[in-house]
Design a protein around this ligand. Structure first.
Ligand SMILES: [Zn+2]
Length: 298
């Protein structure tokens, strides 16, 4: 996986890789935002900090997905002590990573296909749970901005004119490949996009893809992708009631999502479930009983 240290301004860096990481510094000390997928990501962060010439004081984890906190265990083993901060709820997934697999398999203990490194990272103790707003992390005055939707309590981290905005949006190429992007609440994800659009004069540094001085086009592409999931789900329901598995299959087929492996299926299934809940909350879908969980158009 390619790796590049991109300087966003004199004190802020975007470590661009498969999953990006951020470095906030004052020239001597640093806070790292997200730690990537695995030990390799941790190793790259350690090297980048050496190259920049700063000492790690704290880590902020934006959300509890394996590819955003998986490098923390390596950093804990190989650097002097530092504090780890994460939003509540997300912290539970970071402290007990098997929860991700449990969530994906609807509460059952996950089978081996849900225990690969993209869905199960090494556990990591969270020292502090974050609250939104201005806060001091290791002496750095950062602003924590709630960006839920992709995960329940995801938060962005603003430092000066840079906002590390985690997975609030994805690169257009990723959406072309996976048109049913992982989402736990469609309405909240749409609101998070609107919030990002309203923030003027910030450089957005996402969890995947390059930093964006002007994010409007990419935000619109993401908004369109979420609406396509909602409206396709609505169309499938309008054609007749069906159980969730059939709805997931129909939505993913129509949108061209490959569902190439079990993990991909379970991730897409969560998004389709979120679309059903969104339609239900809008009064556009209902659940018929009769011994089956069967969704129908209203
Ligand atoms: Zn994520």
């Amino acid at each position: 996986m390619a790796f590049e240290i991109v300087t966003l301004n004199h004190s802020t860096y975007h470590l661009q890789s498969g999953a990006n990481m951020g470095v906030i510094s004052d020239g001597k000390r640093a806070v790292v935002v997200d730690t990537g997928l695995d030990d390799d990501s941790g190793r790259r962060i350690k090297k980048a900090l050496e190259q920049i010439g700063v000492r790690l004081e704290a880590v902020i984890l934006t959300h509890g997905h394996a590819d955003h906190f998986g490098g923390t265990a390596y950093l804990r083993r190989s650097l002097p002590p530092f504090r780890v901060n994460a939003p509540p709820l997300e912290a539970a997934f970071i402290t007990h990573p098997t929860l991700e697999g449990i969530m994906l398999s609807a509460g059952a203990l996950p089978f081996d296909q849900l225990k690969g490194k993209f869905t199960l990272a090494p556990a990591c103790k969270v020292d502090e749970e974050l609250t939104p707003g201005l806060t001091s992390i290791a002496g750095f005055e950062v602003e924590l901005i709630p960006l839920p939707g992709h995960s329940p309590n995801q938060m962005g981290v603003r430092w000066g004119d840079v906002l590390f905005c985690a997975d609030a949006f994805l690169p257009p190429a990723t959406l072309t490949k996976y048109p049913v992007p992982f989402t736990v609440h469609l309405g909240q994800a749409l609101e998070s996009l609107a919030k990002l659009e309203s923030l003027q004069d910030l450089i957005l540094a996402p969890g995947h893809g390059p930093h964006l001085p002007d994010p409007r086009e990419v935000i619109q592409i993401n908004r369109d992708a979420l609406w396509r999931v909602i409206e396709t789900t609505n169309t499938v329901l309008a054609e007749g009631s069906a159980e969730e598995g059939a709805i997931t299959q129909a939505v993913c087929q129509r949108l061209g999502d490959p569902l190439a492996n079990p993990a991909g299926y379970y991730l897409a299934r969560t998004t389709v479930q979120a679309a059903l809940v969104y339609l239900y909350e809008q009064g556009r879908a209902q659940i018929i009983a009769g011994g089956r969980l069967q969704w129908a158009h209203t």
